[in-house]
Design a protein around this ligand. Structure first.
Ligand code: HSE
Length: 465
């Protein structure tokens, strides 16, 4: 453990790596709030340099040009705290290691780096007896890392559900609210500056998966490798699907889901488009906002809501880490070390327990409902509800909603119909009770090949029910 500080330093030397959207706001806020930050940390925070790739580029007027350098390694050697806001794995990984080896505390907003290399970075921080902070890596301004790492250190977290990507929440909200297509909604997100020119890290779910791995690691005191987080993005979501979700009292959100499970024993972590009841707190999260709901044994439900991206909101998280790190330099003390003692097994996708909802496009003829129910029953999947909507002749029957409990339904009312009035095709929307993903996949494969089943449409997990 670091020795108590006997002669407090007169200042804390801060090196900034990267001066993009977030870095520029960190510089602005360090300038504007210098006195408050000094009072909170116990000594002035002095920005000793800003490493960038191009010192000539035009920048925000408050960026001191004389602090710009391309020599990140040289800058690190001169710092007490290194703030890494470059993003990506290389060169940040090597720079963070170099900083810690040189005795500097590291503050980073780099979710990809911490999610992919967290264990080695934590080990390096412990070996060098320095702090590693990464509040800005998950959900921007929302203090969820602190909450899980420190505030809930005495509790037992059972579940974390989060909207942790603002771009995708904006896109889905736009599709749900205004009926925009996926492509139009992405274009709007780009025009508003939420989405990158290449939005794939967001829309394919990889940004959320990195955050899910970090949240699960913190919540369950377990190392959660990124490759153990099954991920599905939102490219397959259609306006029609959004409308159908709304009609049935659900919202479709890209959720990061992390859950402690006992049967099988382990943790279940995943990212994907997920149906949640319209009255669930996460269903009310609009636009590019983020929110995380944590369930824990003693505290019960906690909800964190706020801006998950953007310069100033994310800089707020960086500065909170910076004040804490600087305070340790001045007064002694250290950040919590990595807590991975629980060593729970991240379950493979096929073993994860899910509630699923899917559509089957079927021939609308007698016996189809019974056939479908029989296939589900054969796989041991219990049906929670079935809804049937007709396509070609909506006046023949109204939409019919069958609430089917467990496997009791025998399809009788389908057979009671007059076949002469039968429509050409129908969509069955089936909601299951909890089953495991592997069983569901086998069942869906059988359904896809069944006589009279024309298509199996996207499968959505259901949470919050
Ligand atoms: N691109 C992310 C988002 C922010 O849209 O929320 C950075 O993680």
């Amino acid at each position: 453990m670091r020795a108590p500080v006997t002669t407090p330093p007169s200042e804390v030397r801060v090196a900034l790596l990267g001066a993009g959207t977030v870095g520029a706001q960190v510089v602005r806020l360090m300038n504007e709030r210098a006195d408050d930050l000094a009072a909170r940390a116990g000594a002035p925070l002095r920005l000793v340099g800003i490493a960038v790739t191009d010192v000539e580029r035009e920048r925000e007027p408050w960026i001191p040009r004389d602090l710009l350098t391309t020599d990140a390694e040289g800058l690190i050697a001169d710092a007490d705290v290194v703030v890494e806001l470059i993003g990506g794995i290389d060169p940040p990984r090597a720079l963070v290691h170099a900083a810690m080896a040189a005795g500097a505390t590291v503050v980073t907003g780099n979710k990809a780096l911490v999610a992919a290399h967290g264990p080695e970075l934590h080990d390096a921080a412990a070996a060098a007896d320095v702090d590693l902070y990464y509040e800005a890596a998950v959900a921007g301004a929302i203090p969820i890392v602190y909450a899980l790492r420190e505030s809930l250190a005495g509790d037992t977290v059972t579940e974390v559900l989060g909207i942790v990507n603002g771009t995708t929440n904006y896109v889905l909200d736009e599709m749900a609210t205004n009926g925009s297509t996926f492509d139009d909604a992405v274009a709007q997100a780009q025009a508003l500056g939420f989405a990158e020119a290449d939005p794939s890290a967001d829309v394919d779910g990889h940004d959320s998966a990195a955050k899910a791995a970090l949240l699960a690691s913190l919540a369950f005191h377990t190392r959660v490798p990124l490759e153990n987080v099954p991920v599905e993005g939102i490219r397959g979501v259609t306006v029609e699907e959004m409308a159908a979700a709304q009609e049935t009292g659900y919202a479709l959100k890209l959720l990061a889901v992390a859950r402690r499970t006992t049967s099988p024993d382990g943790i279940s972590v995943r990212v994907g488009p997920t149906l949640i009841p319209a009255d669930h707190p996460l269903a009310t999260v609009r636009g590019a906002f983020n929110a995380v709901v944590v369930e824990s044994e003693a505290a019960g439900r906690l909800m964190f809501y706020g801006q998950g991206a953007g310069g100033a909101p994310t800089a707020s998280a960086v500065l909170s880490d910076l004040v804490a790190a600087a305070g340790h330099r001045v007064r002694g003390g250290q950040a919590p070390r990595e807590s991975a003692y629980a060593r729970l097994a991240p379950l493979p996708a096929s073993s994860q327990r899910i509630t699923a909802r899917f559509d089957l496009e079927i021939d609308d003829r007698p016996g189809m409902l019974a056939l479908v129910a029989a296939v589900l029953a054969r796989h041991g999947i219990s049906i929670e509800a079935v809804r049937q909507a007709a396509h070609t002749d909506p006046t023949a029957y109204g939409d019919e909603l069958y609430d089917v409990f467990d496997d009791a339904y025998d399809g009788g009312s389908d057979r009671d119909r007059d076949p002469a009035a039968s429509r050409e095709s129908a969509t069955l929307t089936i909601t299951t009770h909890r089953t495991d993903e592997g069983t569901l996949a086998a069942c869906l494969a059988e359904l896809a090949g069944a006589d009279g089943v024309r298509a199996v449409l996207p499968v959505r997990r259901v949470e919050g029910v």
